[in-house]
Design a protein around this ligand. Structure first.
Ligand code: PLP
Length: 281
C-alpha cells in the first residue's frame, strides 16, 4: 500500500514521522475522512473546505492549495486502483522541540492514505444499537481535530455495552454521536442539533439538510433532550462512513418497534441516489 507524505508518493511502510511531531505529542492536527464510490471521492470539495476551516480555527496554515490536495488524492487512488474505500488525510502542525507554545517555524506534516471501506449494508438494513452517555469532550467540537481522546472514551462506553455508537448529551441536551451526527423524527418533524461549537458540522449532515429542503421534509436545526430522543418515532445517525444509519435501540430500549422507520428509509434512499448521481452517472 502507498501513502502521500508531504506530497511525495511512497510505500506506506516507508513513511516516517518524527517523534516530536506535534500531531503525535499533542494531537495538534486536523483531519478528514472522505468516502470514495466508484473511484470518485464524494463531496471532496466540501471536505477540503472543512479541512482548511478546521486549520484556520487552530491558527494553522496548510501550505498546499485545494487543487494540490485534490491531485494528491487522485494520484493515490490511481496508484492503488481502488474504487470503494475511504481517503484519510491529516495535517499536523509538524515537528518542533516539545513545548506547548505554537511554533512559528514548523511547516506541518501532511499524510494521505486509503482505508478499506466498511461493509455497512446489513447495518443499514437492520439498524444499530446505541447507548447514551455524557459528552465529556471539550467546547470546540466544531473543529475536526486529531485530538480525539474524548471521542475514544465515549465510544468505549458503547463497545462495553455491545452497542455500535454512543449518543452524547450535555446537561440532558443531545449533541451528537462519538463520530456521527444524531437526528430524531417526531410527528414527521426531523430535528438535529444546530451547527455550533458543540458539534461537528458533518458533511453528511449538510447533505441531509439539503435533501430535506429539496424534498419538502419538515426539518429543523434545533436542540432536543434525552427525553425527546427516547420518545422519538425514529432516530438515525449520519456520517461519511455510516451514511444514513437507522438507530433501533437506545440504552436497551427499542425505538420505532426495533425497526428502521419510514422517514429514515426514505432519507437513506435519497442519499444513495445522491451518491449514484454524483459518483457513477
Ligand atoms: N461528528 C463527529 C464527532 C465526527 O467525528 C463525525 C465524522 O467522523 C461526524 C460528526 C460526521 O461528519 P461527516 O458526515 O462529515 O463524516
Amino acid at each position: 500500500a502507498y501513502m502521500l507524505l508531504n506530497g511525495e508518493l511512497i510505500e506506506r511502510s516507508e513513511g516516517k514521522i518524527d517523534i516530536e511531531d506535534r500531531g503525535f505529542q499533542f494531537g495538534d492536527g486536523v483531519y478528514e475522512v472522505i468516502s470514495v464510490y466508484g473511484g470518485h471521492p464524494f463531496a471532496l470539495n466540501e471536505h477540503l473546505d472543512r479541512l482548511f476551516e478546521s486549520a484556520r480555527k487552530i491558527y494553522m496554515n496548510i501550505p498546499y492549495s485545494k487543487t494540490e490536495l485534490e491531485d494528491g488524492i487522485k494520484r493515490l487512488l490511481q496508484k492503488e486502483k481502488k474504487n470503494n474505500c475511504y481517503v484519510y488525510m491529516q495535517f499536523s502542525r509538524g515537528t518542533s522541540i516539545r513545548n506547548h507554545i505554537i511554533p512559528k517555524t514548523a511547516t506541518g506534516t501532511l499524510i494521505i492514505y486509503l482505508l478499506d471501506a466498511k461493509q455497512i449494508d446489513e447495518w443499514k438494513q437492520k439498524g444499530i444499537k446505541t447507548v447514551i452517555t455524557e459528552d465529556i469532550r471539550w467546547l470546540r467540537c466544531d473543529i475536526k481535530t486529531t485530538s480525539l481522546l474524548g471521542n475514544v472514551l465515549v465510544k468505549q462506553k458503547a463497545v462495553e455495552k455491545n452497542a455500535s455508537e454512543a449518543i452524547l448529551h450535555r446537561d440532558g441536551v443531545v449533541t451528537e454521536g462519538s463520530s456521527t451526527n444524531v437526528w430524531i423524527v417526531k410527528d414527521r418533524l426531523i430535528r438535529t442539533h444546530p451547527a455550533d461549537h458543540f458539534i461537528l458540522n458533518g458533511i453528511t449532515r449538510r447533505e441531509i439538510l439539503s435533501i430535506c429542503e429539496n424534498h419538502q421534509f419538515r426539518c429543523m436545526e434545533q436542540r432536543f433532550t434525552v427525553d425527546e430522543l427516547l420518545e422519538a418515532d425514529e432516530i438515525f445517525i449520519t456520517s461519511t462512513t455510516l451514511e444514513v444509519m437507522p438507530v433501533v435501540e437506545v440504552d436497551g430500549q427499542k425505538i420505532s418497534g426495533g425497526k428502521p422507520g419510514p422517514i429514515t428509509r426514505k432519507l437513506q434512499s435519497l442519499f444513495e441516489q445522491e451518491i449514484q448521481f454524483r459518483c457513477f452517472d
